[in-house]
Ligand binder design. Sequence first.
Ligand SMILES: NC(=O)c1ccc[n+]([C@@H]2O[C@H](COP(=O)([O-])OP(=O)(O)OC[C@H]3O[C@@H](n4cnc5c(N)ncnc54)[C@H](OP(=O)(O)O)[C@@H]3O)[C@@H](O)[C@H]2O)c1
Length: 317
Amino acid sequence: MKYNRCGKSGLLLPAVSLGLWHNFGSVDVYENSKNIIFHAFDCGITHFDLANNYGPIPGSAEITFGNVLKDGLKTHRDEIVVSTKAGYKMWDGPYGDWGSRKYMIASLDQSLKRMGLDYVDIYYSHRPDPETPIEETMMALDQMVRQGKALYVGISNYNPEQSKKAFEILKELRTPCLIHQSRYNMFDRWVENGLLEVTNNYGVGVIAFSPLAQGLLTNRYLNGIPQGSRMTKSEFLKPSQLTNKKLTQITKLNQIAEKRGQSLADMALAWILRDKRITSVLVGASSVEQLDTNLKCIDNVNFTETELQEIDNILNS
Ligand SMILES: NC(=O)c1ccc[n+]([C@@H]2O[C@H](COP(=O)([O-])OP(=O)(O)OC[C@H]3O[C@@H](n4cnc5c(N)ncnc54)[C@H](OP(=O)(O)O)[C@@H]3O)[C@@H](O)[C@H]2O)c1
């Protein structure tokens, strides 16, 4: 594994991190979830990313992770970085959603209980809240650090303007923002329009989520929609997203990957990691084999100008 410094902090994160959004809920087979996590750790993936609502059912990914800790991973607590978040709807009533101090603090207490941990390494505001003063959300994050329930704080899904504000407030509070978690993959390049400049100026790291576009940027859907794939079971990836245009793009990207001697998944991850402002790619996996494939991305993150141009041409076609 290769470890990258997270912004200007003291923390190193693995170039490939593992996310527990899908495949680690109470609907999934525990042994498989545990094997993926253990295998990840054995391969040097030291960072595991969660959120209060991951499952399904919401909260159950944290319970699964807590069980994996109990089943052995906890003896390595000081060798891993665990993150969780609050920001999306988690419980009924007016205090289980968005970014109030009330929600942010109660949610972290619940997450810690589910995982059986005294503290998380990174606590995130999962999304900006247009109704709550940003100061209130940031002060709640800062308070969690001061109470020892989190070591670092991060923000996710904040646009460049909102990020700047959050970074300024956190700087003033002397709990500098460690990391920004944003969607970034070949099909969704919004971070290139200002966000990466802002994070870089403030010395904040960036972790790219859904770097494989939930599996579209792999060989998963090259020959149809396999039973059991995310597209057959998740409301977040629908068959309507696999348009003819997309399939043509994926097929052409796969040809470039083959020429580079990489799988499409590895090329898609390497393409993100080619930018030194990116600290880590945050992948998902439903099997140990997928994870093994994805880990090979770090072997070649260099692209020629011609390759980059060819990729851009495909993505713009
Ligand atoms: N902050 C946020 O708002 C936010 C939002 C989304 C995600 N995230 C974080 O980012 C993490 C990753 O997101 P993601 O799961 O969408 O990432 P992703 O890496 O883009 O997609 C993962 C999925 O792609 C398929 N896949 C992965 N490797 C493969 C391979 N080598 N060959 C074939 N298929 C492969 C698997 O789907 P199958 O099930 O089909 O096998 C896998 O579950 C999440 O777990 C979460 O921690 C954060």
